[in-house]
Design a protein. Sequence first.
Lengths: 96, 487
Amino acid sequence: MPKITIQEVETVANLARLEFDEEEKKQFTYQLERILSYIDKLNELDTENVEPTSHVLPIRNVMREDEVKPSYPREEMLKNAPRPVEGYFAVPKVIT
Amino acid sequence: MELYSMTAHQLRDLLRKGEVSATDIVKSVLERIDEVEGKIKAYITITDDLALRSAEKVDELLAKGEELPDLAGIPVAIKDVICTKGVLTTCASKILYNFVPPYDATVMVKLNRQMIAMIGKANMDEFAMGSSTENSGFFITRNPWDLDRVPGGSSGGSAAAVAADEAICSLGSDTGGSIRQPAALCGVVGLKPTYGRVSRFGLVAFASSLDQIGPITKDVEDCALMMNAICGYDPMDSTSADVPVPDFTKSLIPEVKGFKIGVPKEYFIEGIDPEVEAAVRKALEKFEELGASVEEISLPHTEYAVADYYIIASAEASANLERYDGVKYGYRAEGAKDLIDMYKKTRSEGFGAEVKRRIMLGTYALSAGYYDAYYLKGLKVRTLIKRDFDEAFEKVDVIVTPTSPTPAFRIGEKVDDPLTMYLSDIFTISANLAGICGISIPCGFSSEGLPIGMQILGKPFDEETIIRVAYAFEQSTDYHTLKPRIG
């Protein structure tokens, strides 16, 4: 059975850009451990010579002519932004 | 009979004979919404003005004597995960609480060409993750057959709206059973098309290799009409399949003589509700009466499907949901120290518990050191599950199973235990992993008066056969005509 530590939960949370309080971390540790031990069931199967299926259909690159077409108007696309400033998406200062 | 309680094909016929107007139909459904929506809560947004304006346009064309498409003036509910231009699209998530798409999903372009009257955006589990609609970031939806029970999920609002006559038809999306399971629990018809059959352009992505949009309707004929409207190749979706689309109404033939029906022995397991098993066994007898042959088959990797699904779906979800960062749209947390802190606060405040759980699981499964053990393993097991179906379909035309192991469960019954909740999708998940099509239709009622659904699975791109088999059963029974008494 996979053992998940609080530290692992913290590392994964950071990768996923999430943060949790101590209580939530404990809960996630327990729940992830339970779900992963259920998923460990897959190891009962020998898949040594099995090809992986990432898509059920044969996926090919879809090529098209490189033509200039109208894009969505800037104002339209900024309408949903939490902080549009002078035609841009504003974010907290990155370089200090 | 009230207009709101009719099917799309009945209303189409009345409309064409000039016996009712599209405005009459929309008004009838809006009155029904006024009457029962307080109890059901199927909708996040009700688009009454838009629906009335669409109906007026249909009536003007009718007055001019123009020929109209099948779904003209029909009130349709749209799951709130499908982008509707100029209409709030939230995915039932606080992180998209104010998102108004600047474009229509391809299915909306197609439905608008049919001149439907979109009546509202339906509630769902947040980002389509769940089996009960209890994971909605806003409120829960109730089952019209018993208000203390869930409507299923994730397309619970879409199914409840149709079952409660608050919409004539609806669109849902199905990643692991999210159309078929709520359709079963609400006593209506729900079809998950073959992967690639319907464009996913404008469907907010959960697990891109599993997601499909499909119809929820009151009967199989309406299902065929909706399928005619939404299917087809779309250059905007690179996973859309360039295959011919038949006229699905041609499959509405109530005969299955000589058809071979497979029944997987692995689906009648311990834990299945005996009344569900009995209803499906009785349905199989009905098929034999109708001249079909029923044989036991084996799908040996069935017991691995749920585990496989949660690895693959969560991995894809964790990648797809990276885009919610508080920059381009939706919610942004206040008071962040810097950019990374803004991302973290926005996502932690904006996503609900189940969505975070799956992002965590997916991120874990894709992270260095675990990729081969979990994700790659999952993709290999997916191959085995797909092979099971390829082999079964060499012997039989369709596979019949229960849609869900139990009828609708009680609100709150499974919320504290994610694993038990996941197992309620045990019969529907394999179809998404294998990419095949499946339909759920009503096949009986429990002793408590709750609807029971039967699932009919078909070969890839053979929706015609499942529609025909479903239609034959429906026409020889009357389960689809029974309505809940909402109280």
